[in-house]
Design a protein around this ligand. Structure first.
Ligand SMILES: Cc1cc2nc3c(=O)[nH]c(=O)nc-3n(C[C@H](O)[C@H](O)[C@H](O)COP(=O)(O)OP(=O)(O)OC[C@H]3O[C@@H](n4cnc5c(N)ncnc54)[C@H](O)[C@@H]3O)c2cc1C
Length: 387
């Protein structure tokens, strides 16, 4: 049940839902249990079907479609198989979009075609052990060496697809300027000498989406790999709004899937000789679920159409992400409650939705950090968290 006011991507959504249901849904539980990402062949299938390049330019093999179309596809996949949806998220809304918007034409030509076919993937490496919400406390350095390039040193934490991805868009200190002013972004390849990975994290959810530390020990990176020089952190975080839209959509999908399962269940399950749906307290809970999912959907749709030049408006994005993240946690919780004992089993997939909902609410900036951004944007003021 999707109560979208106008679904401008109904055809694409229908195709995506069909592929997701037939091909990827059957592998979802196994990927979660074994904590395994989808195979290269399955990723390339997503590429062959055009799902990895929806919001990328046609000249690199993409469809040149709007972000909202990619989000519709991400949602349909994320309802049934988050490890598959993650690949679509990463290519259409993740670091590849930073290359698309802020990279050089040479970088786009070199990197985007292989990401769009699914042959390669790129992860984003911002967080560090001592720099999470305070991303501008990052200590990873990229020091210039001669005219040739940079030497990278440091460690990144919680990197989704860490160890699996071929390329990493690394936020690093490219100058000695303090705080955000010194930070830029540089592409590091997995195969470069001095790149290593920590042991795979054992996360509560996000199983089937690997996570690991990425460590840089005197990694020599050519200067052609600098995507954003120091001093342009705001444009870097502007482009990160696209990733936050992918994140909000993952949460929307999780809430919608939990709601859909619940609507079916309350019309099947009987207690006291009646279907659960006949009990008024169940109706109140389910109405709350619908209210929250639909409110999140409207904010996500509005944010997806906001902004200019393909970069969504930061206020709209934070409103959407915060609402969708918190909605998914609450709605999956209610769904488990309405399903009783069945909700607590792995068989019904609700505990998996709930576990994943928490991950999306931390990744990409927590709801608390979105709230700070919301007030900042509404009032047109900056709030320095360090003073
Ligand atoms: C599943 C998952 C996937 C991730 N994927 C990636 C990835 O691919 N790449 C990457 O770079 N990072 C990734 N991250 C890291 C993520 O961005 C950080 O975990 C997140 O920004 C929070 O940082 P932290 O964990 O250090 O928490 P902290 O910053 O230590 O925050 C702890 C708590 O304090 C609150 N807090 C902090 N500062 C303030 C403040 N000023 N005001 C009010 N409250 C505050 C936070 O909201 C939070 O509740 C991922 C994380 C998870 C869980």
């Amino acid at each position: 049940m999707t109560v979208s006011v106008v679904d401008e991507h109904a055809e694409t959504r229908k195709l995506a839902a069909q592929v997701a249901e037939e091909v990827y849904a059957p592998m979802a539980e196994e990927l979660d249990v074994t904590r395994t990402p989808i195979s290269l062949a399955e990723r390339k299938r997503l590429g062959d079907l055009g799902f990895l390049g929806i919001a990328h330019p046609e000249r690199f093999g993409g469809a040149g479609a709007p972000l909202s179309q990619a989000l519709a596809v991400i949602e349909e996949f994320a309802k049934v198989c988050r490890p598959a949806a993650f690949q679509i998220f990463e290519s259409n809304t993740g670091p590849a979009q930073v290359i698309n918007h802020l990279g050089t034409e040479e970088q786009r030509e070199r990197l985007l075609p292989n990401i769009i076919t699914g042959d390669k993937t790129m992860a984003v490496a911002i967080s560090e052990p001592d720099a999470g919400s305070a991303a501008t406390d990052a200590r990873t350095t990229a020091r210039p060496v001669g005219d040739d390039g940079y030497v990278l040193n440091g460690a990144k934490r919680w990197i989704s697809n860490g160890g699996e991805a071929d390329h990493y868009l690394v936020y690093a200190r490219l100058s000695d300027a303090p705080g955000a002013k010194g930070i830029g972004a540089i592409v590091v390849d997995k195969t470069m000498s001095g790149v290593s990975f920590g042991v795979p994290e054992r996360l509560m959810g996000f199983r089937g989406i690997p996570s690991a530390d990425v460590i840089f020990d005197d990694v020599l990176v050519p200067k052609e790999n600098v995507v954003v020089p120091a001093g342009k952190f705001s444009s870097l975080f502007g482009a990160f709004s696209i990733e936050r839209m992918g994140n909000a959509t993952m949460s929307l999908a999780i809430g919608q899937a939990a709601l859909d399962k619940t609507l079916a269940y309350i019309q099947e399950r009987e207690q006291f000789g009646k279907h659960l749906v006949e009990f008024q307290s169940i109706q109140m809970m389910v109405a709350d679920m619908v209210l929250q999912v639909e409110a999140a959907r409207l904010l996500v749709e509005r944010a997806a159409h906001s902004g200019e030049n393909g970069i969504p408006d930061p206020l709209q994005v934070s409103l959407a992400k915060c609402t969708a993240n918190e909605m998914a946690k609450k709605v999956t919780d209610l769904a488990i409650q309405v399903h009783g004992g069945n909700g607590y089993t792995e068989e019904y997939g609700l505990e998996r939705l709930h576990r994943d909902s928490h991950g999306w609410a931390i990744a990409g900036g927590t709801p608390s950090m979105q709230r700070i951004r919301i007030v900042s944007e509404v009032l047109g003021r900056r709030f320095d968290q360090r003073r």
